[in-house]
Design a protein around this ligand. Structure first.
Ligand code: AMP
Ligand code: MG
Length: 424
């Protein structure tokens, strides 16, 4: 779909956010998989079905600390008619039962211990009086003041997981319980979709690195750090290419560091004034489609392919330079690219909120307003974080959501409902 736009023949038609996203995602594939330790598998997507080779629990075992008993020996036991039985053995968790339970005897047993042959119930300590040791006979007796029924307090083998059973499906996102389950069936490594390596390049003659002494008229590069953090948040592995100046050689030099990555994200150099640098370099080293997306903030957006050499193309997303625009467009495009590479559902995270102040949208664009969402009397309420200029990063810092005003709506009043994409 990408033309080599050597003649500056860019497709500048204004695309809707949805159409632009569809065009981007058509070029994105799920990545291949890798074997990782379950300790490193949180939030990863399984790329195999998981079957169990064991029963969990392994054997019938006790749900309580108490005594393994034959239930029909205790039929008459009560606090008024207690019965006294001989304790013939004791089993702790992990032990193989040594003795077989004979009639009118009990075996002391701890939670998780295997049920000995001959027993059909566990009598909790709470249903007994203390055990008495007869030192002359070298025997202990326990007094039983309440009965149990056959099967009581026994956890059956295979109740949680049966040997041979499929326990997790390919495509499952691993949360803490799934990781615990894998461990419970003895699995310590799983195949999951690889994390995309995302190369990040900020461009601009005016940029200096945080940590450097400030020099007049320069701007600290906030986009690199912001996009690194955003990539981490979605489960990608960021790789910082550094700062490129607004010249072809500098951009080229930095792009040579992108080899082995799965996605390139650049910021700046895509607005009308100076997008030529990113365009020139990328149209030589692959192909680029430059779009105006009908959204605010973030109208200019570049998408294409970077040729890493030897025919390996990776997608390139060129975000606008203003930090708020870079962040808002990342959340619509970059996040979904990474989600698709990871084999995950696309991210929506939308709630409905009631506006606490009016909003105006006179340019016919889909507009993302930075808002603070609070719950008042059980209802989400939205209010703006103030001035919505796209260079004001503090207006995003103060926000926890982006209220989305559709392109065809010019005004929403106090009390109107609006969709809000919750952030981070
Ligand atoms: P541009 O897209 O290059 O025209 O940049 C638009 C605005 O974003 C300018 O004010 C730039 O100084 C600013 N900008 C571009 N890149 C960055 C960056 N990495 N960090 C902070 N501001 C930036
Ligand atoms: Mg610039």
């Amino acid at each position: 779909m990408f033309k080599n736009n050597r003649n500056n023949n860019f497709n500048e038609a204004m695309l809707s956010v949805d159409d632009a996203l569809n065009r981007v995602l058509k070029n994105i594939n799920k990545l291949d998989s890798e074997l990782v330790s379950i300790i490193d598998s949180l939030d990863r997507v399984l790329s195999e079905n998981i079957f169990s080779h064991v029963n969990v629990p392994y054997a019938n075992n006790s749900a309580m600390d108490g005594y393994a008993v034959k239930a029909n020996n205790l039929k008459t036991a009560s606090s008024l008619t207690p019965i006294k039985l001989k304790v013939i053995d004791s089993i702790k968790a992990g032990d193989a039962p040594k003795s077989k339970l004979e009639d009118f005897t009990v075996i002391r047993i701890m939670t998780g211990s295997a049920i000995p042959e001959g027993a059909d119930a566990v009598l909790p300590f709470e249903y007994t009086k203390e055990e008495i040791f007869d030192s002359e006979k070298n025997i202990s007796y326990v007094t039983i003041i309440e009965k149990v029924l056959s099967g009581d307090y026994i956890r059956l083998s295979g109740k949680d997981v049966k040997e041979g059973e499929k326990v997790l499906n390919e495509g499952t996102v691993l949360r803490p319980p799934e990781i615990g389950l894998l461990a419970s069936i003895g699995i310590n490594k799983v195949n999951v979709i690889r994390k995309p390596i995302v190369s990040i390049l900020s461009t601009g003659d005016e940029l200096i690195e945080p940590g450097e002494a400030y020099s007049e008229y320069m701007t600290y590069d906030s986009n690199t750090s912001l996009i690194v953090a955003s990539v981490l948040k979605c489960g990608g592995t960021p790789r910082v290419l550094g700062l490129a100046r607004d010249d072809i050689q500098s951009v080229n030099e930095k792009l040579s560091l992108a080899s082995g990555s799965d996605l390139l994200i650049t910021t700046a150099g895509v607005s009308k004034g100076d997008y030529d640098i990113v365009k020139d370099v990328l149209s030589e080293k692959g192909s680029i489609d430059f779009w105006s997306v009908n959204m605010k903030p973030g109208k200019p957006l570049a998408f294409g392919n970077l040729d890493l050499g030897e025919g390996k193309l990776i997608p390139h997303l060129g975000l606008p330079g203003n930090p708020v625009s870079a962040s808002v467009t990342f959340e619509q495009f970059g996040r979904n690219i990474i989600m698709k590479m990871l084999g995950k559902e696309l991210s929506k995270n939308i709630i409905n909120a009631v506006l606490d102040e009016p909003i105006y949208n006179l340019e016919g664009k889909r507009t993302y307003f930075r808002v603070i969402i609070e719950i008042k009397e059980g209802v989400y309420r939205a209010k703006l974080t103030g001035d919505q200029s796209s260079n004001l990063l503090t207006s995003l810092v103060n926000a926890n959501g982006l209220a989305i005003c559709p392109e065809n709506i010019q005004k929403k009043d106090i009390g109107d409902t609006i969709e809000v994409q919750m952030l981070y």
